[in-house]
Design a protein around this ligand. Sequence first.
Ligand code: R5P
Length: 268
Amino acid sequence: MLKGTAALDWGMQNRLAQVFRPATSRTVMLAIDHGYFQGPTTGLERVEESIVPLLPYADALMTTRGMVRSTIPPASRTPIVLRASGGPSILKELSDERLALSVEDAARLNAAAVAVQVFIGGEHETQSVRNMTRLVDEGQRYGIPVLAVTAVGRDLTRDARYLRLATRICAELGAHVVKTYYCAEDFDTVTAACPVPVVMAGGKKLPEMEALTMAYRAVEAGAAGVDMGRNIFQSDHPAEMIRAVAGIVHESMKPEEAYDLLSRSAAP
Ligand code: R5P
């Protein structure tokens, strides 16, 4: 049973069951939505070449409607988590987002969930919270769950105190799932204080062993899986890396075992 979702309507629970494997109640989501504010990120220049071959290994793909319609094969069986907010580029104030997708269009694209950035403590905090609550209202109408992404601005510390605040606000105001960064100390208090599933954000590219260790510690501390981008698609061995992450998330592998799996399967 996925935390905090028992009272949701059938359609909402069914969509969540597409994203979170029912056998483990966890997910390995592949995030490739970076282009919505930073253009062709390293590793995402040619999504048809770098990402489409990875789809069978991902429990869900977090992406934009532009990328779905232009590049993701409609026959793909990987559920889509659609980016629903946007506006400013990396050249501007990132918290100044608006909703950039209607839930009606998300339904048309058969999205399993929609995702919105929430900037707690950011310059446009209230506006970003309002984006989320409007999306939740629309999502409730269509049975489409909302993933709130807690965005950390340059000046904010990613410690448990901040992450508890940000994730709890998102859940209290209706998010069905919250994505947040990992912190080395007391991450279990972040997941415990959030009444809905928390998925760990990947962040900048780390050496594979470090990224696997972070994923392991996050799920050990109560995360319902990961939503990773650069640590997968910027790896020299992305298919092997996502399979190693899945080993940790779904098969309770230790980081060393998962790294060993990666090294053996990546060997020429
Ligand atoms: C922004 O915050 C977005 O959701 C990102 O584009 C994406 O999810 C980041 O993924 P990662 O940090 O794992 O590359």
